[in-house]
Design a protein around this ligand. Structure first.
Ligand code: GL9
Length: 839
């Protein structure tokens, strides 16, 4: 597991030698690559010079990794994901390479500030939230566990929008992450592939008299791969993130240009390039947009063609493809890979249907990430047939063969046929992508125990009954490299000084912290770390005008996408209730609290945007009210992203995981908070259930209904108004909002939200309200006993072993992919003195 044969060495002379080389490297890159003198260089120039220098240090490992793959014929994981929310690269690469200290010294000796340079990086926000960030954590663990892998995705020109808050409302701005230049990617123009769309299919007889089908697309675009090396922690393995960008094929320009239609040529070019222009900012709300389907097909076809090419480089045919590649479908976004691979095998490589189906179903596995019915992807049959006529034919054939199987298995049961069909025929006809993914995969998994159970019993119950062994659980995890070592250096240092640094690659070792709850000196240091982390953020937000945050307060944090099922408004109702009580009773014995929110709302999700407005409106009133000064503060941090997450998880005392039970598939923020010593207030939802199991019930603030209670209440007929009428505290809080207390008397502004709560309350906010408020009361009491709180916090962190993405990836390797590590040796150390002799 440790890096072999590197030039890294702890000896002092080697250190100063390396620092000298690094400094020369910066100067060289600045001069030759950026082409500027130091006195004319911008911060961006320095950032690029440092990054290119670091990137060079990775090349040796990268090339050796490729050679190892070619020499030892080992299996590769192809992780297909429409989103990879990688976060900033420079800092992470420094940590994984073990170069952080040396580079920061070299930077410092060059007269620069490493923090400034690291913070300058524009993060690649190529994901919406949990799903995309999970893919990024998995790439880190794959490399660290020395599993050969390629992450395949889309190189969106505009990633997740930047969020600004204007007059309390969310405003979206385009994310121009590529604008300053991306030093981490390599364009591989020579590996371009061609992707078709539209057109028609035709039957023909080949030279051997075989009847075949071919697709004649109406349009072609080129897919260009951009490779970003993904480096493991202190190992030589470097994996690949290969993102595809769409370009018009050259022929377009030339043909049209020659006939004089310059504008037409440009138009075609623009149309082709829109495919990878922008990330859809939808949060679990499916919208059947044509461009989105094109994006999915584009990156999937590029990736499958790429894997086929890699395979045929080594083998004469595709018979043994599933021995060489395990392909994971990260949600249904890449599910079109099933008919696409069938098409490649049958139409291009001339396999029979049965042979092709055998290869396909041994290749793919599918992860489901949501139970929300409104999130399940279903494409209109008409649209899919128009864009991908051959794929629709193949889907029909898959479906017809599958339904034959069902009819044999369940004779006479027409209802099960209707339910399991890939085609939804209840109204306008749709292709259900989850069914396609299930049928085309050899393994299906949910992302937390509870989620998998609900998939088995509800969403995918028919499939589970048909194939009882196919559906398994792999609980999500997050990488402790980024989410502890990088983001919380104070805590990482404290932990390593107490138990050594083995925990970084074996998070179960954190267990060794447990006995230290009885070591007062250690507990005090633990508190000090948390306090300093809180001070950092207070320093950032202190100014003459705005509120100054009190680092002694309880930092109560909810950061995640804004969505009604995540119930940011439940949190708000508690805040308004607390404010109301403090106003009426200044002697109320509660600790000072700072409530922190962060998160983006999908631009078309009106209710989520209104919730943001409400948070900011309540903040305005509360923060400027002298009656609660220093006792109650609210902060909405704009533009929550990976970078801001680095700051927020380490300074939280309390982690809000308050979704309605049965709605959050897993959650991963919940894990990041606990690892960093925050206590959780949460429902029995997603991975909260397992977190509570690990940390023990007495170290977890549980409230609210469980899935059974939710189900019972819904069956019995849920009426939120009854609860409103019977609960004085709740009534007071809702009335304050409804009467315009936070909207300058405007009683209309928040009416849609209030009406939704009073007359529908789809996520049962009111039903869980009292339990939540009482639980928050308990939180406050425990916080007033710092000794007790600290012990609970240490126990939380100590028992987070299970939630390392290393454990998740080890599970996938064993249960799903059947792949083994391939340790990479550094055979090729440096370039030969006299250069290569080219073959
Ligand atoms: C999600 C689930 O909602 C989360 O509960 C889960 O932790 C992650 C990762 O498995 O996947 N599914 C999903 O569509 N999103 C998730 O976060 N949404 C976004 O990524 C915005």
């Amino acid at each position: 597991m440790t890096r072999t044969n590197t030039t890294d060495c702890n000896s002092h002379t080697n250190d100063s030698n390396n620092i000298k080389k690094l400094k020369r490297g910066f100067a060289y890159k600045l001069f030759y690559q950026q082409g500027v003198w130091p006195q004319n260089a911008s911060l961006n120039d320095y950032y690029l010079a440092v990054s290119y220098t670091v990137r060079d240090r990775m090349q040796k490992m990268f090339l050796n990794s490729i050679r190892a793959l070619q020499e030892k014929d080992s299996k590769i994981v192809g992780y297909l994901s429409a989103e990879f929310l990688m976060g900033p690269h420079l800092h992470n690469n420094l940590i994984n390479l073990g170069l952080y200290d040396q580079v920061s010294r070299a930077v410092e000796e060059s007269g620069l500030d490493i923090k400034q340079i690291i913070d300058h990086e524009e993060e690649p926000g190529l994901g919406n939230g949990g799903l995309g960030r999970l893919a990024a954590c998995y790439l880190d663990s794959l490399a660290t566990l020395q599993i050969p892998a390629i992450g395949y995705g889309i190189r969106y020109e505009f990633g997740m929008f930047d969020q600004e808050i204007e007059n309390g409302w969310q405003k979206e701005l385009g994310d121009r992450w590529l604008h300053p230049g991306n030093p981490w990617e390599f364009k591989k123009a020579h590996m371009a592939v061609e992707i078709g769309s539209g057109g028609y299919t035709e039957r023909y007889t080949d030279d051997h008299g075989n009847l075949r089908v071919r697709w004649v697309p109406a349009r072609m675009v080129k897919g260009i791969p951009y490779d970003t090396p993904v480096i493991g922690y202190r190992v030589n393995n470097v994996n690949l993130l290969r993102l595809w960008s769409a370009e018009a094929p050259k022929s377009f320009d030339f043909d049209d240009f020659n006939v004089g239609d310059y504008q037409g040529a440009v138009h075609e070019k623009i149309m082709a390039e829109t495919i990878t222009k922008v990330l859809y900012p939808n949060d679990e709300q499916f919208r059947g947009k044509e461009l989105r389907l094109l994006q999915q097909y584009f990156f999937v076809s590029c990736s499958m063609q790429d894997m086929v090419r890699i395979h045929l480089f080594q083998f004469p045919n595709l018979d043994n493809f599933p021995d060489k590649f395990a392909v994971q479908l990260n949600d249904t976004h890449p599910a079109i890979a099933v008919p696409e691979f069938m098409r490649l095998l049958i139409d291009v490589h001339h396999y029979s249907w049965e042979q092709a189906w055998d290869i396909v179903t041994h290749t793919f596995a599918y992860t489901n990430h949501t139970l929300l019915p409104e999130a399940l992807e279903k494409w209109s049959v008409d649209m899919l047939g128009r864009l991908l006529p051959r794929h629709l034919e193949i889907i029909y054939e898959i479906n017809s063969r599958f339904l034959d199987l069902i009819r044999i298995k369940y004779p006479g049961d027409v209802d099960v046929v209707r339910r399991m069909s890939i085609i939804d025929e209840s109204g306008e006809r749709y292709v259900r992508m989850a069914h396609l993914a299930c049928i085309g995969s050899h393994a299906i998994n949910g992302v937390a125990e509870l989620h998998t159970r609900l998939l088995k019993n509800h969403t995918l119950a028919d499939f589970h009954r048909l194939w009882p062994d196919k559906l398994t659980n792999v609980t999500n995890g997050v990488t402790p490299r980024r989410w502890m070592v990088l983001s919380n250096p104070r805590l990482a240092r404290l932990i390593s000084s107490a138990i050594g640094d083995g925990w970084i690659t074996d998070l179960y070792k954190l267990r060794k912290l447990e006995p230290l709850v009885d070591d007062p000196a250690f507990c005090e240091k633990w508190q000090q770390v948390k306090f300093e982390n809180k001070q950092d953020i207070c320093a950032m937000f202190s100014c003459d005008c705005g509120p100054v945050f009190n680092p002694y307060a309880l930092f109560d944090v909810q950061v995640k996408r804004i969505h009604e099922y995540k119930r940011q408004h439940l949190n708000l109702l508690h805040i308004v209730n607390l404010y109301h009580r403090l106003k009426n009773n200044p002697d109320l014995d509660v600790p000072p609290r700072t409530f922190i929110f962060g998160g983006k709302a999908a631009p078309g999700y009106t209710m989520a945007k209104l919730i943001i407005k409400l948070i900011n409106s309540v903040a305005d009133v509360v923060n400027s009210d002298p009656d609660v000064k220093n006792r109650l503060q609210i902060l909405f941090i704009p533009n929550f992203n990976v970078q801001i997450g680095h700051m927020l998880y380490p300074m939280a005392d309390l982690s809000e995981q308050i979704s309605l039970a049965g709605k959050e598939a897993s959650g991963t923020g919940n894990m990041k908070f606990s690892m960093n010593g925050a206590l959780t207030i949460g429902t029995l939802d997603g991975a909260n259930v397992e977190i509570r199991e690990e940390v023990a019930p007495e170290n977890f603030f549980l409230f609210g209904m469980d899935v059974n209670a939710v189900e019972d209440l819904r069956r019995a007929g849920y009426n939120p108004q009854t609860i409103y009428n019977q609960n004085e505290g709740l009534k007071a809080a809702i009335n304050l909002i409804a009467m315009g207390h936070f909207s300058h008397g405007d009683q209309e502004l928040f009416r849609p939200l209030i009406d939704s709560l009073l007359y529908h309350d789809p996520y049962m906010v009111l039903a869980d309200y009292q339990s939540y408020v009482e639980c928050q009361q308990k939180v406050g009491e425990v916080f007033q006993d710092p000794g007790r709180w600290t012990k609970m916090a240490i126990r939380n962190a100590a028992r987070m072993g299970k939630f390392s993405s290393d454990r998740s990836i080890a599970d996938y390797c064993r249960k799903v992919w059947k792949v083994k590590p391939l340790p990479v040796e550094l055979k090729l150390q440096r370039l030969p003195e006299n250069g290569f002799k080219f073959p």
